[in-house]
Design a protein around this ligand. Structure first.
Ligand SMILES: Nc1ncnc2c1ncn2[C@@H]1O[C@H](COP(=O)(O)OP(=O)(O)OP(=O)(O)O)[C@@H](O)[C@H]1O
Length: 280
């Protein structure tokens, strides 16, 4: 792959897991119509980690909603696992900026929630596997540094701890597809960097296909294999480049001249992609 191909030029491979083919998306109608995405194509291989960055309102979250089937494309096609979105049963995990948990459940029960809902685990949960699932939740909690916190309630945890638990909940059912919409956006810098390491470890181990929306270019560079830069009005992918750093990545690496020049280049692209302010 060349260093700066656009989403349209990303080659299709047998490994393609997510595909947007000439998708456009408009919210509302008539006077209220907002074209959130202009014609956009994107291919993401199975097990890849792709970050979407760009100015506010450029359509990053809209792409996540299209890929999860929450909204339908106005034009074009969205494929997941080789079929039109929604046609193939795909296990999806999600984590957002606000790690909403059910306050009356323990952290462990919150983490186990997808196992109670998503097939085939749902059936197994009802029957024999409750103890096994409990052990799985505790193992995952341990992995993110929350050993012993399974019996606590969400209100007894800090924001960073809740976000760790929310990553466990997103991954407990071994999702094929992981959607991360600014999951570390509300955390302080140190907690955020700790969680990048946790996220990287989990991804290296479980290898879901990940789409990450973030405003933090350092985060995109630390976590992703590929970074797509978007512009707004209408939203479009204007740059799609691989991140050439070996794994496991470290915070120290983010201070190397190569990393800094990569984030500078991304920043310049985003600044030039911002809509021009209208003058009176
Ligand atoms: N349900 C909706 N109804 C109408 N317009 C919407 C809706 N959701 C999003 N939009 C508009 O579509 C555009 C793209 O929104 P989207 O949330 O995808 O952008 P984003 O890049 O994720 O933004 P941010 O970085 O600020 O979260 C924006 O102009 C937004 O106002």
């Amino acid at each position: 792959m060349s260093l700066a191909t656009t989403g349209d030029n990303q080659p299709r491979t047998d490994e393609t897991f997510v595909e947007l083919e000439k998708v456009t998306l408009a919210y509302g109608r008539g006077d209220k119509k907002i074209v959130a995405l202009g014609e956009t194509s994107l291919r993401v291989d199975q097990g890849d980690f792709v970050a979407l960055v760009g100015p506010s309102g450029c359509g990053k979250s809209t792409i996540l909603k299209l890929v999860t089937g929450l909204i339908n494309a106005t034009n074009g096609y969205v494929y997941v696992a080789g079929r039109e979105v929604g046609a193939a049963p795909v296990r999806v995990g999600m984590a957002f900026q606000n790690p909403t948990m059910l306050p009356w459940l323990t952290v462990r029960d919150n983490v186990m929630m997808p196992l109670k809902i998503v097939p085939p685990f749902r059936q197994e949960y009802q029957s024999k596997k409750k103890t096994e699932f409990r052990d799985r939740a505790d193992a995952l909690l341990k992995e993110v540094g929350l050993a012993g916190f399974g019996d606590k309630h969400p209100w007894q945890l800090s924001g960073g701890m809740l976000q760790r638990a929310s990553l466990c909940r997103a991954l407990i059912h071994e999702p094929q597809l992981l959607m991360l919409d600014e999951p570390f956006g509300a955390l302080d810098q140190f907690t955020r960097e700790e969680l990048w390491a946790v996220m990287q470890d989990l991804w290296l181990k479980l290898r879901p296909t990940v789409l990450l929306v973030t405003h933090d270019l350092k985060e995109a560079g630390y976590l992703a294999n590929r970074i797509c830069v978007m512009r707004s009005r209408p939203g479009q992918i204007i740059d799609d480049a691989p991140v050439p750093f070996a794994r496991p990545r470290t915070i120290d690496m983010s201070y190397t001249p190569e990393f800094v020049s990569m984030t500078q280049r991304l920043r310049e692209l985003i600044v030039s992609a911002r809509p021009v302010k209208e003058t009176v």
